[in-house]
Design a protein. Structure first.
Length: 501
């Protein structure tokens, strides 16, 4: 962004129109770039003087200052002094008090005395006294990310961002709505998605009192524009608080682009609460896959995009999940109204206990999960288990009471996968042709063969090799079924022994 004093806008017709730089300003951008590159190893004061001269020559000094402001962030200045300036001042001031400086000769004696104290040259002490002031710092490097054309594009983006700093509402249509909503949520902006004749429109808004109380929203609006402008096609309208007067501003992809720099909002999750929950949930390896930012849900005249969805791995069944954090009462009421308009989907809502909205959510036929600070994974898992129990019962009822796998050896896991159900759905079924060995089903004839080949005194590794030939990987359960146990010999390995009756 630029500073507010560099904002170039027109208020013609009561609107708010940023004065963007056109392609014809590339020459001016190139000259500003040249001034910076030509003043490497020179004091900032000399650079500033050269920029002032350029401002006088140009027809718009604010544009020159805008280009310079962007390039200054790409420049590196340093203090160059033979003596550290603070030490030079301390020694010189102490010597001045001793000498009683009034004349030029007395000044020279004070500097000589300070130099003796510092073991330095008097001229070096004099040059170092104020070398750390901004205008005396030296430009040591300038490495701009942009050529002249890209500098113009960056200027236009920064100008629009500065104009958005005083926005109280932003309305956007984008050819990449998913990226837009992701950025809105990651920036923790309050929003809703409306259906309009021109397409879905993301409205980032909030009560007026909130915007008067904090300028963080304005900064976030400005950061959001970087993601908006990455889309191929987009249209943005904003309501601007122009020193107490509301004005409307319109921006499109024809006005602003991003010159090859990734949006600053590209992070994994909207908030620490969501990132923490996702990490802990996925570590459990449940029968539910966590989906980030699923498809939008119809909510009357608007659209809602939940934070997550849970997909059951063994059926075409999805549960949506929304995390309601610290929002204003007005926005909570708007969100509750939106939830009430969502039909025919399963929705879990984790709601911050401070909002006190749990009962209202339950009244709208959605399940509320209260939380404080972090969303408890156990609470979400318990809520999902209610659905899971119904799904397991439904799948189990669709299967015959007796299952007769074709394979001689088959695991419960693979059998469940063959039927497209969870392991719980086949857990209580009868297997008349097989015996259950741990989590594996084995025909009796196979157990007999194993009994013939495995004997007491055999090394455990040799027994495991035999079991592996038959596809039995649960050695402990298989040996137990054959009447054996394992005798461990320290950390060196085990031996198969007969199990005592």
């Amino acid at each position: 962004m630029l500073t507010k004093d560099l904002l170039r806008v027109s208020r013609a017709g009561g609107g708010f129109h940023p004065q963007f730089a056109g392609d014809d300003r590339r020459d001016l951008a190139a000259r500003v770039l040249g001034v910076y590159q030509g003043h490497v190893d020179r004091a900032r004061s000399e650079l500033d003087d050269a920029l002032t001269d350029l401002e006088r020559e140009a027809d718009d000094f604010k544009l020159v200052r805008g280009f310079a402001k962007l390039l200054e962030r790409e420049a590196r200045f340093e203090v160059r002094a033979a003596v550290e300036p603070r030490r030079a001042r301390e020694a010189a001031f102490a010597a001045s008090e001793s000498v009683g400086v009034v004349t030029a000769d007395e000044r020279e004696r004070a500097l000589e005395q300070a130099a003796d104290r510092l073991d330095a040259d008097p001229d070096d002490v004099a040059d170092s006294l104020y070398a750390d002031l901004d205008d005396r710092q030296v430009l040591v490097e300038v490495d701009p990310r942009w050529d002249p054309g890209e500098l113009v594009a960056q200027y236009n983006l920064s100008l629009a961002q500065t104009a958005l700093f005083d926005a109280t509402e932003v309305r956007v249509r984008s050819s990449d709505p998913k990226a837009l909503v992701s950025a809105v949520k990651r920036l923790r902006l309050m929003y809703e998605v409306r259906k309009t004749d021109a397409g879905r429109e993301v409205v980032v808004t909030g009560p007026d009192a909130l915007f008067r109380a904090t300028r963080r929203y304005g900064t976030r609006f400005a950061r959001l524009l970087r993601t908006v402008a990455k889309a191929d096609e987009w249209h943005l309208e904003a309501t601007i608080d122009d020193r107490g007067t509301e004005r409307e501003m319109t921006l499109t992809d024809a006005d602003v682009s991003v010159p090859g720099v990734e949006p600053v909002t590209e992070v994994s999750y909207d908030s620490g609460v969501e990132a923490d929950f996702a990490t802990r949930f996925e570590s459990l390896d449940l029968d539910w896959d966590l989906v980030r930012e699923p498809e939008p849900l119809e909510a009357g005249a608007s659209v809602a995009i939940p934070d997550f969805a849970f997909d059951y791995r063994h059926a075409d069944f999805r549960v949506f999940f929304e995390i309601m954090g610290f929002w204003t009462p007005e926005y909570v009421e708007k969100k509750l109204s939106q939830l009430a308009a969502i039909d025919d989907v399963e929705l879990l809502v984790a709601v911050d206990e401070d909002l006190g909205a749990g009962e209202d959510i339950e009244a709208r036929d959605h399940r509320a999960i209260p939380y404080s600070g972090t969303v408890r994974v156990k609470d979400v898992r318990d809520a999902l288990r209610r659905y899971e129990e119904d799904l397991v019962a439904e799948h189990a009822a669709a299967l015959p009471d007796e299952l007769r796998p074709d394979a001689d050896v088959v695991t419960i896991e693979s059998l469940a996968a063959d039927h497209g159900v969870s392991e719980d759905a086949v857990e209580d079924k009868a297997f008349p042709d097989h015996e259950r060995v741990g989590r594996t089903l084995v025909r009796p004839a196979v157990l007999d063969e194993l009994g013939d080949r495995i004997e007491a005194g055999m090394a455990l590794s040799d027994a495991e090799a035999v079991l592996d030939e038959y596809g039995v990987d649960d050695a402990s359960a298989a040996l137990s079924a054959l009447g054996y146990r394992v005798e461990w010999e320290g950390l060196g390995g085990g031996t198969v022994r007969e199990r005592a009756e």
